[in-house]
Structures are given as structure tokens and as C-alpha cells.
Write a protein that binds this ligand. Structure first.
Ligand SMILES: [Zn+2]
Length: 155
């Protein structure tokens, strides 16, 4: 039976839209970080050589804001890692919020046989679909040996 969820308040999933930093804000952040990457790796920001990117410390999709306090300048190589991590967190958060679930979980029925033999619901034993297909292919090959496939045209 499905629980009645209609009485529960809808989860607050509102998120801010990404707002780019102004040049001044970027400069301010870089200064605050003593010119070092905001990820904590200790490397110097090198905009010309490897590029930099302004990161949301807490991703917007996870409830972070565009406030300067939630921003940091990262070296671009490190930011790819963070984006991947954020994506994983976001996927998990959505899963927990039920956004990717279309209702009750669907559990795949476990096969009760093994190998090429399976027990059907009515208790009879038969070949698995895969084994049956393989058997059919084999039979077809037996019925049509190579020599009979090339028939001489009728006179
Ligand atoms: Zn870094």
C-alpha cells in the first residue's frame, strides 16, 4: 500500500540562479585568498597559464547562495573535481528528496534458476531466454549447412 504523502509539505527545492562575479569581486576574493587557490591545495592562482574559476563553496543546487561569502576563486584543474563531487552530491540529494523516483521502488525479480535453466512461476523448469535463443540459433545453423546455402540456379 502506498502511504498518503499529500499531507506532507512540498520540500523547498528553490535555488538561486548563478550570478557571475564582477571583475572587482574576483579581484577582492583573490586578494582575500592571498593569491592562492580557494580549494586549499596551496597552489598559486595562475589565471594566464591554467585558468581560474569562481566557485560556489556550497553549490547553488544544494542550497548555496551567490553571496561573496559563498564564493571562492579556484584553479581550473581543481574545479573540475569539485564539479564532479557536487554532481554526485546533487544526484544524491535529489534521490533522497524523491525527485528521481517515479513512485514505489521497482525491485528486479531475481532469477531462481542458474545458468541456462530457470524455474518458471508455475514451477516448471525451462531454458532461460538467453539459452533458448542460443539453442534456436544452433538449430538454425544445423538445418542450413554451408553447402546447401549456395544453390545452383535452376536450368
Ligand atoms: Zn586548489
Amino acid at each position: 500500500m502506498k502511504p498518503d504523502l499529500s499531507a506532507l509539505p512540498a520540500p523547498d527545492r528553490s535555488t538561486e540562479k548563478r550570478v557571475p562575479l564582477t571583475a572587482k569581486q574576483r579581484a577582492q576574493l583573490a586578494l582575500d585568498q592571498n593569491g592562492r587557490c580557494g580549494c586549499g591545495c596551496g597552489e598559486r592562482l595562475d589565471h594566464a597559464r591554467e585558468g581560474t574559476i569562481d566557485e560556489h563553496i556550497v553549490a547553488l543546487a544544494l542550497g548555496g547562495t551567490n553571496a561573496l561569502s559563498n564564493r571562492a576563486i579556484w584553479r581550473k584543474p581543481g574545479s573540475a573535481v569539485k564539479t564532479a563531487m557536487d554532481m554526485a552530491y546533487i544526484a544524491r540529494a535529489k534521490r533522497l528528496a524523491g525527485e528521481t523516483c517515479q513512485g514505489e521502488p521497482v525491485r528486479k525479480l531475481q532469477g531462481r534458476g542458474f545458468g541456462s535453466v530457470t524455474r518458471k512461476l508455475d514451477g516448471t523448469i525451462g531454458l532461460t531466454r538467453r539459452a533458448a535463443r542460443a539453442a534456436r540459433t544452433e538449430a538454425a545453423n544445423d538445418a542450413a549447412p554451408t553447402s546447401t546455402r549456395h544453390q545452383e540456379p535452376l536450368p
